[in-house]
Ligand binder design. Structure first.
Ligand code: EPS
Length: 392
C-alpha cells in the first residue's frame, strides 16, 4: 500500500496483538461500535475451536484518535489475548518454564502450515516459534485496521460485504454471487452462507469432518459496492488494482487462489461470452449488463461492483495428523496435533473484507489525496462531478 501502511505484531498465545495503521487523513470519525462489530463477526462461525470461547476480542485504540476523530497520526490498536494467562509459562517474553515449554514444543511439522519452511528459515529448534506468528490469530489485528478503512470508504459511499460461497464441495456448482446475494447473508447464521438452503448440510458436513479428525476448505466472495470508476492504474504493473487486491486477499490465512468476477468460467469460453457490454443510460450513466470482469478493467475500477472470490485450502492442523518427520529422531512421525478449527471460512470472509477495504482505501487516498477529510472530500466531489460531465 502506498498511502496507507499497516503493521501488525504479536503471537497467538503471547500477551496480545498490536496494529499500527498510518496514512489516514485527519478528521475521520471513528465509530467504536462499528469496529467492535467487525471484531465480533470475525470470531463467529460454526467449526471454530475452543479458543474462540476464551477470547473476547476488543480493539483498544492507543493512539492517533482524539474525541472520536483521527488526528492524521498513526492509529494504534491493542487486542489482548485472554488465553495468554493459560500460556504465560510457555510464552512469557522474558522467562519461560523450560519443562512446560519443552512439553509444548512443536517438533513434527504440519504439512500445509508454515512450520517446516519457517523452521528452516529462522533456524528455530522449537517450531512453536513459527506457529505462534503464522497463526490466523494475527488476522484480528487486520480486522481492527480494516474497520477504519471501511469507515473511510463509507465517506465515498462504498460498502463491503462477504459470504461463504461454498464449503468443501457444498455449493461449488453455484454461480458467482452478486451484491444482492451478499445483502441477504445473515451474519448470525452458523456459516454466513450465501446459499442459505445449503446451511443445514454444511453444519452436518462440519460435524462429520470433525468426527473424522479432518478439516475443510472452500471459498468466500467479497464485494465492494458503489466503487467510483478510476481507482487504481493501468500504467504501472505494480499499481494495477487487481494485482494489489489479489496480493492482499492472498495473504488471508490458508487462501491459495483469488478470482475476480467470473474469471474461471470466462477462461473456458470465447471472448464473446467473457466481457461486459457497455451501455449509456438515458440519464447519462455508464453501465454494464453483466459484471464478469468483477469491476476491474486494466487494473482500474470501472464503476461496477468489485467482486473477488478467495479460495481457501482446508486447515492444515488435522487431529489425525499427516505424514511428517520427528525433528529429534529424524524418523517418520505423524504431524503434531495442536488445538485448531475444523474450518474458519466464515471468519475468512470478514478478514477478506478488511483486506479489500485497506487496499481500496489506499487507492481512494491515492486518487483524492489530502491530509484532512475536508480536503479529500472536496477532491472526491469535484472528481465525481467532472466524471459525470465526461466526455464533455
Ligand atoms: C489457529 C489455531 C486456533 C485458532 C486460531 C488459529 O487457536 P488455538 O491454537 O489457540 O486453539 O482458533 O485462531 C485464532 C486464535 C483467531 O483469533 O482466529 C492456528 O493455528 O492458526
Amino acid at each position: 500500500m502506498k498511502r496507507l501502511r499497516l503493521t501488525t505484531a504479536g503471537e497467538s498465545h503471547g500477551p496480545g496483538l498490536t496494529a499500527v495503521l498510518s496514512g489516514l487523513p485527519a478528521g475521520l470519525a471513528v465509530d467504536s461500535e462499528f469496529i467492535a462489530r467487525d471484531m465480533r463477526r470475525r470470531m463467529h462461525g460454526y467449526g471454530r475451536g475452543h479458543r474462540m470461547q476464551i477470547e473476547q476480542d476488543e480493539a483498544v485504540i492507543r493512539g492517533g484518535v482524539r474525541d472520536g476523530e483521527t488526528l492524521g497520526s498513526p492509529v494504534t490498536f491493542w487486542i489482548e489475548n485472554r488465553d495468554f494467562e493459560n500460556w504465560r509459562e510457555v510464552m512469557d517474553p522474558y522467562r519461560v518454564d523450560p519443562d512446560r515449554a519443552e512439553k509444548r514444543r512443536l517438533k513434527s511439522p504440519r504439512p500445509g502450515h508454515a512450520d517446516l519452511a519457517g523452521g528452516l528459515k529462522y533456524l528455530r529448534r522449537d517450531l512453536r516459534d513459527v506457529l505462534e506468528r503464522a497463526s490466523a490469530r494475527e488476522s484480528a489485528a487486520r480486522v481492527a485496521a480494516g474497520a477504519l478503512a471501511k469507515l473511510l470508504l463509507a465517506q465515498f459511499g462504498v460498502e463491503i460485504r462477504s459470504g461463504v460461497r461454498y464449503l468443501g464441495a457444498l455449493g461449488a456448482d453455484r454461480p458467482v454471487p452478486d451484491w444482492s446475494d451478499l445483502e441477504k447473508v445473515d451474519d448470525t447464521s452458523p456459516l454466513r452462507a450465501i446459499h442459505r438452503d445449503l446451511e443445514p448440510q454444511m453444519v452436518e458436513l462440519v460435524d462429520r469432518t470433525k468426527k473424522d479428525g479432518d478439516t475443510l476448505g472452500g471459498a468466500v466472495t467479497v464485494i465492494a459496492h458503489s466503487v467510483p470508476p478510476g481507482w487504481g492504474s493501468y500504467v504501472h504493473w505494480d499499481e494495477k488494482l487487481d494485482g494489489r487486491l489479489a496480493q492482499a486477499l492472498m495473504s488471508v490465512p490458508a487462501v491459495k487462489a483469488i478470482e475476480f468476477g467470473s474469471a474461471l468460467e470466462a477462461s473456458k469460453g470465447p471472448g464473446s461470452a467473457a466481457h461486459d457490454a457497455i451501455e449509456r443510460t438515458s440519464e447519462g450513466a455508464w453501465q454494464r449488463l453483466t459484471n464478469r470482469a468483477g469491476g476491474l478493467e486494466g487494473g482500474v475500477t470501472n464503476g461496477e461492483d468489485v467482486v473477488a472470490t478467495a479460495y481457501k485450502k482446508p486447515i492444515s492442523t488435522l487431529r489425525t495428523g499427516l505424514p511428517s518427520v520427528d525433528l529429534d529422531t529424524l524418523e517418520p512421525h505423524r504431524s503434531q496435533y495442536e488445538r485448531s478449527d475444523v474450518t474458519a471460512l466464515p471468519a475468512a470472509g470478514v478478514i477478506a473484507e478488511a483486506m479489500m477495504a485497506l487496499v481500496l482505501a489506499d487507492a481512494a487516498l491515492e486518487k483524492y489525496g489530502g491530509d484532512s477529510m475536508e480536503e479529500v472530500l472536496l477532491h472526491f466531489n469535484a472528481s465525481r462531478e467532472r466524471q459525470r460531465r465526461w466526455p464533455g
